[in-house]
Design a protein around this ligand. Structure first.
Ligand SMILES: *Cc1c(COP(=O)(O)O)cnc(C)c1O
Length: 371
């Protein structure tokens, strides 16, 4: 019996390298609250992503909640976003007292259809929160044009887009801010962790205070903040993994190319097209199954793989606007394309050390489902 293959496998630096990196923490006893590892990681990442400010968090979700909070939108304000995302994006909007207004996605790269944003804008709209789905870049130019015209903030959920570049600029540079996740399963991880990147100097202090109970200095408390601090061990993991991230991405590229070579010309299978002007990070490998042509539907392929110890993921399914917790609040009337794609999509196992033999075997099983 072969070993199970999961959809992802966290990348880790050599153990000795990590041990070396955390020695200083042992010596200083500075475990959290923005110590020297935080500062070093921050300087390195700001340089790499070519963005003036990065603030780190204990995870991507709280980073998103904090940047939304920092914008001081009026309660009940409307935020244009998409339902074809992880629970986090929609939950962050709702948990901040705002109302998600769902825009459809386009059927080529599965990001927000920028042409459909303007029709959803009302006098209550305060922001647009698009998602760089699977590391595919949103149409940042069209989004900026509509946001500027209507004076709206743009916060990108860039959880999938670490190290992606568009026209030579890093994904951290677009909109008013971008949120990144450094969760174990992402292309780049700090075990748990996240960040917000932005240009506005005035946001730095506010974000640092919001993630630390809203405390300013030692005696003033200007905000009702929570605790979303990252610790020094996670920052140290970030420093180590950063040294290997280019290698990580190039190994992922090899895996993706192998998948493409097997699946590219199969009737009833649609692969994500390569985006023009984008330097990708190969974060996910989504495949769409058209039952009418392929003969099997997505769920059948999913089950067949699982029977063989291969665990692909229905990602993103279900759409966030159909979650039980939102029953009766939203409809999918404006998001037909998202709904259709959520029924057809499967993301296949993808990580740096996935062997070519395993990719071949996964594709063989998928092709056996073709009728
Ligand atoms: C992973 C992810 C998040 C949340 O990040 P965490 O670090 O797990 O909190 C948010 N949005 C998207 C699209 C994600 O994939």
């Amino acid at each position: 019996m072969k070993e199970d293959i999961f959809v992802t496998r966290p990348s880790m630096p050599p153990l000795e390298e990590y041990v070396e990196e955390i020695k200083e923490i042992w010596e200083s006893h500075w475990l959290t609250n923005m110590g020297s590892k935080y500062k070093q990681f921050q300087a390195e990442l700001e340089k790499m992503l070519d963005v003036p400010h990065i603030v780190f968090y204990c995870n991507g979700h709280l980073a998103l909640e904090n940047i939304i909070e920092a914008m001081d939108f009026p309660k009940g304000g409307e935020v244009i976003t998409t339902p074809f995302t992880f629970a986090s994006t929609t939950h962050a909007i709702v948990r901040c007292g705002l109302k998600p207004v769902f825009c459809d996605i386009n059927d080529s790269d599965y990001t927000i259809d920028a042409k459909k944003i303007e029709a959803l804008i009302t006098n209550k709209t305060v922001a647009i929160i698009p998602v760089h789905v699977y590391g595919n870049m949103c149409d940042v130019e069209a989004i900026k044009a509509v946001a500027d015209k209507h004076d709206l903030k743009v916060i990108y959920d860039a959880a999938h887009a670490f190290s992606v570049k568009y026209k030579g600029r890093s994904s951290a540079c677009f909109g008013d801010a971008s949120m990144f996740s450094f969760h174990a399963t992402k292309v780049f991880n700090t075990i748990e962790g996240g960040a917000v990147s932005f240009h506005d100097d005035e946001l730095v202090q506010k974000l640092n205070e919001l993630k630390n109970f809203g405390i300013h200095g030692s005696e003033e408390v200007p905000y009702i903040g929570g605790n979303a601090r990252i610790n020094e061990f996670c920052a140290a993991m970030g420093i180590c993994n950063l040294r290997h991230v280019d290698e990580e991405i190039s190994k992922r590229k090899t895996v993706v190319e192998r998948y493409r070579s097997h699946l590219k010309n199969v009737a009833g299978i649609k692969l994500s097209p390569v985006q023009a002007d984008v330097e990708p990070n190969y974060a996910y490998f989504p495949v769409l199954f058209d039952e009418a042509v392929f003969g099997s539907n997505r769920d059948e392929v999913f089950t067949k793989l699982a029977e063989n110890g291969i665990y692909a993921r229905k990602y993103f399914y279900p759409l966030t606007n159909t979650f039980d917790c939102y029953k009766g609040m939203f409809t999918t009337d404006n998001t037909h394309i998202a709904l259709e794609i959520s029924m057809k999509v499967l993301t296949l196992p993808l990580y740096a050390d996935l062997s070519m033999d395993d990719v071949d075997r996964i594709c063989e099983i998928i092709l056996l489902c073709k009728k």
